[in-house]
Design a protein around this ligand. Structure first.
Ligand SMILES: Nc1nc2c(ncn2[C@@H]2O[C@H](COP(=O)(O)OP(=O)(O)OP(=O)(O)O)[C@@H](O)[C@H]2O)c(=O)[nH]1
Ligand SMILES: [Mg+2]
Length: 416
């Protein structure tokens, strides 16, 4: 029924030593190995080594400690043996569960999965907006947990779970938090208004947008670097990208603006989705969406986590499934046949991907070539606002105009 294993024992200075607890429900869609790998990657990104793990199959939740109390008692001696200084629960805990588990484990720090994810976001936020969004999500998560004495939080001490964006330490005074939440919301609303203005400007410039979305660490930034020849940070870390980055990509006939954005993960804290809503919505509203997953991981789950999150954000755009890291797999059986197989590392499948993006764009847009005498060019300018974009070149007494236009407006140009 349950299993106790020691995983890694590295003695790195400054690294916290984490012991993972994994509750497993019978109908779970992710298996134990995957959960352990993902939790280990999250901890590595946050700056901790995993020194042990205990999993337990659970039929019903024990209200006081989530997993059975007997199991937690067993974990105590393991934790002492391997010298862990915190326990990480791969799920969400109530404040009293945190406190009860910590009590049984001799008072050590206990954090849950949302706290761990929020901590990584805090670590990786660099822009003003990113920092505010993360701090808001952290405070919204903490606030209801500070009811009563907030003892569970005072147990945290320092390190993972107590860090805000940048060098800040998270506020834990309820009254201050309420005030801070309101101030952050006002500041974010101002930033959003400014962004909406520039989006409007971009809409007026009629750029076609393609959003890179997908599971964290699937290779979105690496793909954008390859397509655009730029040098956006891409690392073997979770949530390396938090702030949206846009680059122009040439697709032959025309170009698009591709937006790289924050990655998704299973059970992403709702507070994070809420705080990142405006950033995520601008990706969800792009003309075409790429849903990137890692071919060497549980890609079916990765695809569905991303797609569900996008649809929940009101996304109606066409979604193209992209399976990256195909260089890492030997067996191509069982891969979804509606996905494009690529390797951003080895530059394979990229032409097919570009072709698919172009045809998704073309199913919405038409490309028209117009040749008119220069003295009649005002006729074109009278309808030019209906174009997404256009290029004009001149030959003898004629203007040659290539127009990209939404299908609904094609007739505005065919009658010139
Ligand atoms: N083997 C292999 N590794 C890849 C490929 N594409 C990306 N990687 C590696 O995967 C890791 C994550 O890549 P990123 O581009 O940062 O992934 P991301 O989707 O932007 O991740 P987040 O921003 O953290 O959500 C890096 O170490 C990349 O070098 C690929 O095609 N093959
Ligand atoms: Mg990235």
């Amino acid at each position: 029924m349950s299993k106790t294993t020691e995983v890694i024992d590295k003695n790195k200075e400054f690294y916290e030593r984490a012991y993972i607890l994994i509750p497993i429900f019978n109908n779970a869609d992710t298996d134990e190995t995957e959960r352990l790998e993902e939790c280990t990657a999250l901890l590595k990104t946050a700056g901790a080594d995993v020194v042990g793990v205990t999993s337990q199959k659970i039929r019903s939740v024990t209200p006081s400690t989530f997993m059975g109390e007997g199991k937690i008692e067993e974990v105590k001696s393991e934790i002492e043996r391997v010298g862990a200084d915190m326990a990480v629960f791969d799920g969400e805990l109530s404040p009293s569960q945190v406190l009860n588990i910590s009590n049984i484990l001799g008072g050590i720090k206990v954090i849950d999965r949302p706290t761990l994810i929020l901590d990584i976001f805090a670590k990786n936020a660099f822009t003003k907006e990113g920092k505010l969004q993360v701090e808001l999500a952290q405070l919204e998560y903490i606030y209801p947990r500070l009811k009563g004495k907030g003892e569970a939080l005072s147990r945290l001490g320092g390190g993972i779970g107590t860090r805000g964006p940048g060098e800040t330490r998270l506020e834990t005074d309820r009254r201050h938090i309420r005030r801070r939440i309101n101030a952050i919301k006002t500041a974010l609303a101002e930033i959003e208004t400014r962004r909406n203005l520039s989006t409007k400007r971009r809409e007026k410039n009629h750029a076609i947008t393609v959003a890179l979305t997908g599971y964290t660490n699937a290779g979105k930034s690496t793909l954008l670097n390859l397509l655009s020849g730029s040098d956006i940070p891409a690392e073997d870390k979770l949530f390396a990208t938090l702030d949206p980055t846009a680059r122009k990509i040439d697709l032959g006939d025309f170009s698009v603006i591709m937006i790289d954005t924050v990655g998704f993960i299973r059970n992403i804290p709702t507070e994070l989705i809420e705080a990142f809503k405006s950033t995520l919505e601008s990706a969800a509203n792009a003309d075409v969406i790429l849903n990137v997953a890692d071919a060497s991981a549980n890609f079916a789950n990765q695809f569905s986590v991303t797609e569900q999150t996008l649809r929940a954000l009101g996304c109606n755009s066409p979604i193209i499934k992209v399976l990256n890291k195909c260089d890492k797999i030997c067996n191509f059986n069982g891969l979804p046949n509606d996905a494009i197989l690529i390797s951003a590392k080895d530059n394979t499948g990229i032409d097919e991907l570009k072709g698919r993006i172009a045809s998704a764009v073309k199913s919405d847009y038409s490309f028209i070539d117009i040749k008119i005498p220069i003295e009649k060019i005002s006729k074109f300018y009278a309808t030019a606002d209906y174009a997404e974009s256009y290029d004009i070149s001149y030959s003898d007494d004629c203007a040659l105009i290539r127009v990209v236009v939404k299908n609904t407006f094609v007739t505005k140009f065919t009658s010139i």
